[in-house]
Design a protein around this ligand. Sequence first.
Ligand code: DGT
Ligand code: CA
Ligand code: CA
Ligand code: ZN
Length: 587
Amino acid sequence: MTNAQVAQIVDEIADLLEIEGENTFRVRSYRRAAETLTGLSDEVEDIFEEEGVKGLQGLPGIGKGIAEKLAELLATGEMTYHRELRDKYPDRMLDMLTVPGLGPRTVALVYEQLGIDSVDELEEAAQNQQLRDLPGLGAKSEEKILHNIALYRQGTERALLGDILPVAERLIAMLRDDPAVIDAEVAGSARRRKATIGDLDLLATSEQPAEVCATFAQSEELAEIIMAGDTKVSGLLTGGRQVDLRVVEPESYGAALQYFTGSADHNVALRERAQKMGLTINEYGVFKEKGGKRGNKVAGETEEGVYEAVGLPWIPPELRERRGEIEAAEKGQLPDLIELEDIRSDLHTHTIGSDGHNTLEEMAEACRQRGYEYLGITDHSPVLIVASGLTAEEIKQQRQQIDELNKRYEDEGVKFRILAGLEADILTGGQVDVPAEVFDLLDFVLGSVHQGFSADADKMTGRIITALESGKVDILGHPTGRLLLAREAYGIHLDEVIKTAGELDMAVEINAHPQRLDLDDIHARFAQDNGTLLSINTDAHAAEHLDFMRYGVATARRGWIEAPSVINTWPLKKLQEWLQRRREDHQ
Ligand code: DGT
Ligand code: CA
Ligand code: CA
Ligand code: ZN
């Protein structure tokens, strides 16, 4: 258990006691304990392991009673006292406490006076003006509660990386513009480029932290301030997502960046390694232990220095998930990760020919602006009428248009080409929706499933493998059909599909659309380990969607992917040879 998790349980006890109307002294003792745990630089788990209950009792604000309860929690993963308190109230009542600005006293009040035990009921009561007559509340508070419930609703789920990262980068640019700021970085899961983000963590370094915090708290990007201190500001973005800014001194900036980038699991592993070397590592720096006491600081200013102090090269944030990165770093075997600059084309794009917003020429122009060497157009196939799939006749026309444009590029000496592709539906029987008379006209086919999602995993797997074995598909598009935060992946034996694709020398897509990121990092890594080729594509339905490429590359990096595994990092000639070979093999 992380300190944060333990602290959260202790804080919840304080909430529950307050709801119960316990005396403020007891409530405060739990709050203090939670604060101590949150601010602790060592792991409470480690302290308990090494020094037992005594070690816990030695922490500021933690007496015998709380220490014993913590010991039970750390030893068994559960705390009887907490569970018994929790069992007295429905879970949804505790949800009420996560509404911004709603504290235990108000929750207890509406529960006792009106029997309200959920956010829904509270909202209804506020709308019906039933709260204004309660002691200490008024018409203003009803309005505020309704406003905060709206924020709570928007902010409950995780957010897409694609929605958060642009905001994060704006905030970082704003911080760097502040003359009091020396440097600033995104931290947490956003820096690790996880597909979804719980809350946004930002870090800045300055000699005047309080000034930086005050300026930041006034920013228009923040819809609400939860907490504004001298070294930390917590607030809500418009949309309700929480953002935490921490401001540290330059001498511990690297250590803080390392610590707050996480993941918590990676940090635990790094700390264990440090311990074996007689070092202590926390958000302030790396320290030599002297006779059990913390001694000299050996690193902290830079992140590189922190890793160097424990005998490791710097590890890219995307790898920090405790998936073998520390062992690889130790052996000098970190992957040479793919970068956005390695991408030479996008092989899954749409035009106004089917359901896209831009013309062929506009898409090509946008790709040229992004420095690409070629572009694959993949409008939908005939069967997908809802997305205006192309008829065989329209496919022929598009081929002609592409030839004309390519001719023009050639005449003008422009080093850019368009490939005629098709996003062919994989039908419920595993047939690939490519009209026979146009198959030879196409440079490549991307096969995707768009219907029959409810089939069981065996059926879906069989259907996709039949399609792959037909030899008509070169790239398997968005292999699981997942829509992050909206739709689960369909049932599929993905490892089997990836292996089959590998055996057939096909590529499997990492769809870069922020709502898909499909394959995910784990399966992308499985593909590469298995020798199966990948293709990172945006599925752009408009020119600006081409910028989603960065999220696909981020997912690939989280999956340890190196550029040669990804076919659209290859020069056009190499890609064409690969496609040619595939055609010949299947004749
Ligand atoms: P999220 O917000 O759920 O998308 O994921 P993170 O990774 O951003 O997690 P968050 O915001 O709770 O914490 C940010 C980083 O701070 C986390 O990646 C590692 C570090 N951290 C937070 N609490 C603890 C803790 O109790 N122990 C350790 N070792 N690290 C922690
Ligand atoms: Ca976070
Ligand atoms: Ca956080
Ligand atoms: Zn598509």
